[in-house]
Design a protein around this ligand. Structure first.
Ligand code: ADP
Ligand code: MG
Length: 389
């Protein structure tokens, strides 16, 4: 039986030796960005205005992360905390192992930024009187990186990477907007930073040019860059390795947005706050046959085996990150028709949500109810007792 869930942080991380259970799904788990309890409050004549309300975020090296949220939810403010363009009211930001705010002066931070960060803006911000090549060389001049004589060749190499070598000596106004953004990406790469941060980089582009920019980001992450991109366009988030939703200055748990993507952000945040987190060891039983089901279970990390009984014996299926169980009994009534236990090879981290709260959220979101009923129908069809495969 499941122990009483606790919301405490998991230390030490039982998944450390099990990289496949990690959110990125990749082997290496070196953090690139660590944000802890970040608060940003603006103060103006009308009083204090909280924009970021104590958020925590870890992004690992090599991840390609999209951040979405409605206008005014705090996306740009969040990025500005990472770039050091603005500073948090409270909390800790560590990038590439460096605390970028504590005892760091504005000029030290600006120097750090020039060497460690590439920034891409919605409106490109290329200097109109300089050629593309000169625009790309500019950050090398500022950061005093690379020998003076080396800079043109290096800039040309970068323009080649973004397929613009033929336009190196053109002014920005003479190339397309998509090409201007590609040039801005080459400029962001000028000092070979490990991290690229982009605020709505495709917001001013047609969908074909937007796709080309995402192709480029994809290529760069394959070369080891970490990319954080704010976007309005849901079609682009499918192409990133991780999607983060911000709602009203708070982050939505990624397990919830993955499990129930049709929910309104408001409901996702409510679930984020009310859900309980629990970690169970390999092989442990989570739900036995014919037990009452009181919670909705979502898998944050690791896998579970789901056993169902039939005339031919037990049938085993497996569920992983972002999948859920318990929904059938909660929505249709009855005792647990399956036995669910943690897979043999690694622990599992679950988010669990109480029956009543689950029912009320599903009742308020017909498209979520429909999506869950489709999953139930599919699961029943796979079950031999119900005439399935
Ligand atoms: P997003 O990028 O998600 O659209 P922003 O991070 O730009 O949102 O802004 C979040 C909220 O913070 C908005 O309500 C905005 O008006 C407010 N805000 C942003 N910058 C400032 C500022 N310098 N002073 C006061 N309020 C600000
Ligand atoms: Mg913005």
């Amino acid at each position: 039986m499941i122990p009483t869930p606790t919301a405490k942080a998991l230390t030490p991380d039982p998944f450390a030796q099990h990289p496949r259970g990690a959110p990125s799904g990749r082997g290496e788990l070196e953090p690139m960005i660590e944000m802890r309890r970040i608060v940003k409050t603006y103060v103006n004549a009308a009083g204090e205005f909280p924009v970021l309300k104590g958020l925590d975020l870890t992004i690992n090296r090599g991840e390609f992360v999209s951040i979405v949220g409605k206008s005014g939810s705090g996306k740009s403010t969040l990025l500005n905390m990472i770039t050091g363009i603005d500073h948090p009211t409270d909390g800790l930001v560590v990038i590439g192992g460096k605390d970028i705010y504590t005892k760091v002066s504005e000029s030290q931070r600006s120097k750090w930024r020039g060497r460690n960060l590439g920034i891409v803006f919605q409106f490109f911000q290329l200097l109109p009187m300089l050629t593309l090549l000169e625009n790309v060389m500019l950050p090398m001049d500022y950061a005093e990186m690379y020998d003076f004589d080396e800079r043109p060749a290096r800039a040309l190499e970068l323009l080649k990477l973004v397929h613009l070598e033929k336009f190196a000596n053109k002014l920005p106004a003479l190339v397309s907007t998509g090409q201007q953004q590609s040039a801005a990406i080459a400029r962001a790469l000028a000092c070979d930073p490990p991290l690229l941060v982009a605020d709505e980089p495709t917001g001013n582009l047609d969908s074909r040019s937007a796709d080309a920019i995402i192709d480029l980001f994809d290529e760069l992450t394959k070369r080891g860059k970490t990319i954080v991109m704010v976007t309005h366009d849901p079609s682009l988030t499918a192409r990133t390795t991780r999607n983060i939703i911000i709602f009203d200055g708070e982050l939505i748990d990624e397990t919830i947005s993955r499990a129930l993507p049709q929910l309104r952000h408001r409901h996702m945040l409510e679930m984020t706050k009310k859900a309980e987190r629990v970690t169970l060891g390999p092989g442990e039983t989570i739900l036995g046959y014919d037990q009452p089901v009181e919670r909705f279970y979502m898998i944050a990390r690791g896998r579970v085996d789901v056993l169902t009984r039939s005339a031919w014996g037990e049938r085993v299926s497996s569920l992983g990150r972002g999948e859920f169980f318990g929904e059938m009994e909660l929505l249709r009534g009855g005792l647990s028709r399956a036995c669910v236990r943690v897979a043999a090879e690694m622990p599992v981290e679950l988010l669990t949500y109480p029956r009543e709260a689950f029912m009320s959220i599903v009742n308020e979101s017909p498209i979520t109810a429909e999506a869950i009923h489709e999953i139930i129908a599919r699961r029943l069809a796979e079950d031999p007792e119900n005439g399935g495969a």
